[in-house]
Design a protein around this ligand. Structure first.
Ligand SMILES: Nc1ncnc2c1ncn2[C@@H]1O[C@H](COP(=O)(O)OP(=O)(O)OP(=O)(O)O)[C@@H](O)[C@H]1O
Ligand SMILES: [Mg+2]
Length: 223
């Protein structure tokens, strides 16, 4: 994936203009922190980057291909193929085990999930300090769920990792391990890493920072 480009993109919720982007470019392998006060549009920006949220105006290109005009099904496939996503509210699937949750994105691809992915899932969970991977997801703590969501985002070695407050529920030690894993796996696969975060330690370790302001216009290039 070479880059993501947004041109003249606006997102409105009723009358409220939540995002106003004149131009934004995010290059291959870039590590970017998206910061700003609550309500400044961080989650909205991440959601439109990975085509989860519709835009009201403008264009989004991934590697020179226009993607905001894809059909819903094409968008979903595109996201599964290219993006590892850690959402602010995790969106883990109730009733399944930690391991099954990590492997869930692969269900869309494989009739029978190849063994190498089981090994990778167990490896990622172990690195994130989750050893009881066959336990039901519902009984893990919030911090554990956050780490399981991170493992799920990384299972498919995505070209772009998008993480919304990935360390928000973690203590210092688990936060450090999660950040280390996100950074090292992004390096291994030369993936871009885009994190919405208030975490000063995480911000320091990312190369670039985009600070959002309520009602502000965005014009930035990170390559
Ligand atoms: N689905 C929605 N419907 C209506 N308004 C929304 C919706 N999603 C976001 N907004 C509004 O858009 C603005 C930006 O919200 P967003 O969640 O992107 O902020 P944020 O920077 O991620 O905040 P936080 O730090 O609290 O997570 C807010 O004013 C919010 O109320
Ligand atoms: Mg948010």
């Amino acid at each position: 994936m070479k880059n993501i480009i947004l041109k003249d993109v606006k997102v409105r919720f009723k009358e409220h203009l939540a995002l106003d982007i004149l131009a934004l470019e995010i290059g291959n392998s870039v590590k970017l922190a998206v910061t700003g006060e609550s309500g400044s549009g961080k989650s909205t920006l991440l959601n439109i980057l990975c085509l989860l949220e519709e835009i009201n105006h403008g264009k989004i290109f991934w590697n020179n291909k226009r993607v905001d005009t894809l059909t819903q099904m094409q968008k979903d496939k595109f996201r599964y193929d290219n993006v590892g996503l850690v959402m602010q509210d995790f969106y883990l699937y109730p009733g399944l085990s930690a391991l099954q949750n990590v492997l869930l994105p692969l269900k869309f691809r494989y009739f029978k999930i190849p063994k190498q992915f089981f090994d990778r899932a167990v490896y990622l969970l172990k690195r994130l300090n989750i050893t009881q991977h066959s336990k039901n997801i519902d009984i893990f703590s919030r911090g554990e769920k956050q780490r399981i969501a991170i493992a799920r985002a990384l299972i498919n070695s995505p070209k772009v990792i998008i993480a919304d407050e990935p360390t928000a529920s973690l203590d210092a030690q688990n936060s450090a391990e999660a950040v280390k894993l996100l950074l090292s796996l992004a390096d291994e696969t030369k993936s871009a890493l885009i994190c919405a975060t208030h975490d000063k330690i995480l911000i320091k370790q990312l190369t670039y920072r985009l600070e959002l302001k309520k009602g502000g216009k965005i014009e930035a290039c990170f390559t």
